[in-house]
Design a protein around this ligand. Structure first.
Ligand SMILES: [Zn+2]
Length: 224
C-alpha cells in the first residue's frame, strides 16, 4: 500500500455496537493490521456479520478477532470478554499505533442497539487500550442517543487525557435544561450495570462460550 511505513503495526480495536465489517474486509488476509471488534451479535444487529469463527485468512489468520455479544449483555460480562481477549493479544502484537473505533451506541439508552451497558465499561476498556499502545487515534463512530453519546465521548476524551471530571454536573450551559438532556448533563460515569437472573445467565454463558472459542482458535497462533 502506498505510504505504508515498512514494519508499521496497526491495531484497530472497534468497540462500536455494530460489527466493523469494512475494516475486516479490507485487511482480512493482512498481518500488518490486528483487528478486534466487540459488538452486538450479527444474529440481532446490522451488518449481520462478525462471528467468532471469522478469524482472517492466509497471512491474516489470527489477526481478525470478533467478539459477538448477545442482546442484554451487561457491563460485567462485557468487561469479562474484553479483559480475557484484548490485552493478551495486544501485548503479543505490540502495535505501533492503535486506531480506536469508540462507538457510543453500546449504551443501554441507544435506540438502535440492544446491549445493557453504561459508559463506565467503555471508559475502562479505552483506558486499557491506551495503556497497551504507544499511540491512539480515537474515532467516535456511532451513537444515536445524542445526549448520552456526547457524554460518553467527553468521558472517553477525558480518559485518554488522564483527566477526571471535577463536578457531578457540568451540563447547565446557558441556564435551565429541559427534556432528556436534563438527566444527562452530568459527566460522571454511570454506575456499572451488573444484572442477575435468566438474561444474565444466558448472556454470560454465551459470552464465555465465545471467549473459549477464540482462545482455542486464535490464542495458539499467537503463542498465548
Ligand atoms: Zn454502531
Amino acid at each position: 500500500m502506498i505510504g505504508w511505513k515498512k514494519g508499521l503495526k496497526i491495531a484497530c480495536i472497534d468497540l462500536d455496537a455494530h460489527h466493523g465489517n469494512g475494516v475486516q474486509d479490507a485487511f482480512y488476509a493482512d498481518n500488518r493490521v490486528l483487528k478486534i471488534s466487540l459488538h452486538e451479535s450479527g444474529k440481532t444487529l446490522y451488518p449481520w456479520s462478525g462471528f467468532e469463527t471469522e478469524i482472517g485468512e492466509g497471512a491474516g489468520t489470527g489477526y481478525n478477532i470478533n467478539i459477538p455479544l448477545p442482546q442484554g449483555t451487561d457491563d460485567e460480562t462485557y468487561l469479562y470478554a474484553f479483559s480475557e481477549i484484548v490485552p493478551p493479544v495486544m501485548e503479543a502484537f505490540a502495535p505501533d499505533i492503535t486506531i480506536g473505533v469508540f462507538g457510543a451506541d453500546t449504551h443501554h439508552t441507544d435506540p438502535l442497539t440492544h446491549l445493557n451497558m453504561s459508559n463506565h465499561s467503555l471508559c475502562r476498556a479505552v483506558n486499557t487500550i491506551a495503556e497497551l499502545s504507544p499511540k491512539v487515534l480515537a474515532l467516535g463512530a456511532g451513537g444515536y442517543n445524542v445526549y448520552n453519546s456526547a457524554r460518553t465521548w467527553s468521558l472517553l476524551w477525558a480518559t485518554l487525557n488522564k483527566l477526571e471530571p471535577e463536578d457531578a454536573f457540568l451540563g447547565a450551559v446557558g441556564g435551565m435544561m429541559y427534556g432528556p438532556e436534563a438527566e444527562s448533563g452530568s459527566l460522571e460515569k454511570d454506575p456499572l450495570i451488573c444484572t442477575s437472573g435468566t438474561i444474565k445467565d444466558t448472556t454470560h454463558k454465551e459470552v464465555v462460550r465465545v471467549v473459549d472459542s477464540i482462545k482455542g482458535s486464535v490464542f495458539p497462533l499467537w503463542g498465548i
